[in-house]
Design a protein around this ligand. Structure first.
Ligand code: PMP
Length: 360
């Protein structure tokens, strides 16, 4: 968009897209202008610009295409995955476009919007009891795959996860900051694909950039220092003892995924800073109300940590913060609890301020 003088103009993307899948990635890095950032310049990478609204669109298309290339996924074969929602929504988009049936297992604690979006995109959603946590939905997906001969997407173990963040998300960051300092990069983790893939790229291409990882204050799996017990195929054997249910959907399942392990053993982060759920929600609301940037609870949590980093960082530091998805995915969650449906006193007063007000 240009706006030299007068009205803004745009020029199109200069290409026609062969399918919705070609529109994944190349998400914008946007400067934060109105929220005080303690002398630092803070940018956000807004993954809501992906076609199905989250960072997981990248992994979804790559899991399917890597399996097509290797022949492990046959034409028309059913795909199955355990997901906290965004991977399922991304896979549902990809499977709709490519013609694969999709079954998703998801704990019944994740937002209602997620189930309905997946079903809207044509997927079948099998709910698992929240008491069985992430490991429960994971084991259900594995059992269904075995029983029916379905293709298990395995986001928590597959190389296709971090590889796509190395090939796309990480490359985009390096390209966009080509002429700019990048002092800190801040992200959370779910499967760990984002941190492991981007970590590979930044450690090589921007060794001066400090990488900050975050996790929920009441579920500090990495912070606890307690190793994850695994099956021989790298799957989690049991729920991690440091896990507690937390409101930051999409972050920190009740196990340390194998994909995340690369970031731990590879030393891809310089600091681990926990964040509390209410702070995450407050920051997501601030981003919406003060910047017009709509993100979910995990984006709010990452931004809260970016602000904490800004506070300690030398003046003039440049910080990049991942925003994994859109806020619209959280209408039924605590993020919208204090956002009213009915008119409040101020809105009623506005309505009554013209004489033709028609109120019952
Ligand atoms: N935030 C949200 C809302 C997510 O759905 C996810 C993925 N589950 C993440 C963050 C973390 O991304 P990754 O799996 O790449 O670690």
């Amino acid at each position: 968009m240009e706006h030299k003088q007068g009205i803004r103009t745009t020029h199109g993307r200069g290409r026609l897209f062969d399918s919705v899948l070609e529109t994944i990635g190349d998400t914008p890095v946007i400067r934060v202008n109105n929220i005080p950032t303690k002398g630092a310049t803070v940018y956000v990478k807004a993954e809501a610009f992906n076609p199905a609204g989250s960072v997981k669109d990248r992994l979804a298309v790559n899991i399917i295409e890597a399996a097509e290339r290797s022949g492990t996924l046959k034409p028309g074969q059913t795909v199955i995955e355990a997901t906290s929602g965004n991977t399922g929504i991304g896979l549902a988009m990809v499977c709709a476009q490519k013609g694969y049936p999709l079954v998703v297992t998801m704990a019944d604690s994740f937002s209602i919007e997620r189930r309905r979006l997946m079903r809207m995109l044509g997927a079948k959603v099998v709910l698992t009891p929240r008491a069985l946590k992430g490991v429960g939905m994971y084991k259900k997906a594995a059992a269904l795959a075995k029983e029916h001969g379905w293709f298990l997407a395995s986001q928590f173990e597959t190389d296709a996860n971090a590889d796509i963040h190395e090939a796309t998300t990480g490359r985009e960051i390096v390209a966009d900051f080509d002429r700019s300092a990048l002092d800190y990069f801040v992200t959370g983790y779910g499967s760990g694909g984002t941190i492991s893939g981007i970590g590979r790229v930044l450690r090589k291409e921007r060794p001066e950039t400090k990488i900050i990882l975050t996790e929920p204050a009441n579920a500090q799996l990495l912070g606890s220092g307690h190793a994850q017990e695994r099956e021989t195929n790298n799957a989690p054997a049991v729920s991690h003892p440091a896990f507690e249910p937390h409101p930051i959907q999409g972050w920190t399942p009740d196990f340390i995924p194998a994909v995340l392990e690369e970031a731990v053993t590879g030393g891809y982060y310089d600091e681990l800073i926990p964040v509390a759920g209410p702070d995450a929600i407050k920051c997501a609301q601030d981003l919406a109300q003060k910047e017009g940037i709509f993100t979910g609870i995990s984006g709010g949590g990452t931004f809260a940590v970016a602000l904490a980093v800004a506070e300690k960082a030398p003046a003039g530091s440049v910080i990049l913060c991942m925003l994994p998805d859109t806020g619209e995915r959280y209408l039924s969650t605590p993020m919208f609890e204090n956002i009213a449906e009915d008119m409040d006193a101020e809105e009623l007063a506005i309505s009554m301020s013209t004489p033709d007000a028609q109120l019952e």
